[in-house]
Design a binder for this molecule. Sequence first.
Ligand code: FES
Length: 181
Amino acid sequence: MSLQFSEKGEEKFQEIMGRYPNTMAALLPVLLLAQSEFGWVSVEVMDYLAERLELHPAKVLSTATFYTMVNKQPMGKCHVQVCTTLSCALRGGYELLDTLEERLGINTGETSSDGNYSLSEVECLASCGTAPMFQVSYSDGEIEYFEDLGETGRLDAVLSELNAKLATLPDPRKMHDERRN
Ligand code: FES
């Protein structure tokens, strides 16, 4: 059985194609769409996109491997990305990262065994005025910023919010199989 976009995903695919002058220009947004549809961008997904876009598979592979926001393996339902560039570092970014390792029970660069969380250290996310902060990429394709995390009690509130959201998010490890026809 082969992979296929959902009906809603196919609509979005057509909408993206209408916005760009050629398929190569549309590749990055299509890769991000595929990530939200299939959970992560495997070689099988790259082959599917190469066929849909009529591009050589090597073009898809080189673009997918260039961008770190394109996941080449399943990540957690919540991918927490902590900024440790200067403004965040000066206002507790590394301490935030250490606390998250402790609270999530994983090291930076790892995914929890239940598939709920991944933790990464990233460069400036252009929210320096509200440092320290992190971005969460959800498995449904949405992205959210959480800022001013040095304030007392703020991190606890954010983690409670994320834990409550987990039940509503698809598991990236299972999404390929849900999209086979
Ligand atoms: S330094 Fe962290 S958002 Fe810019």
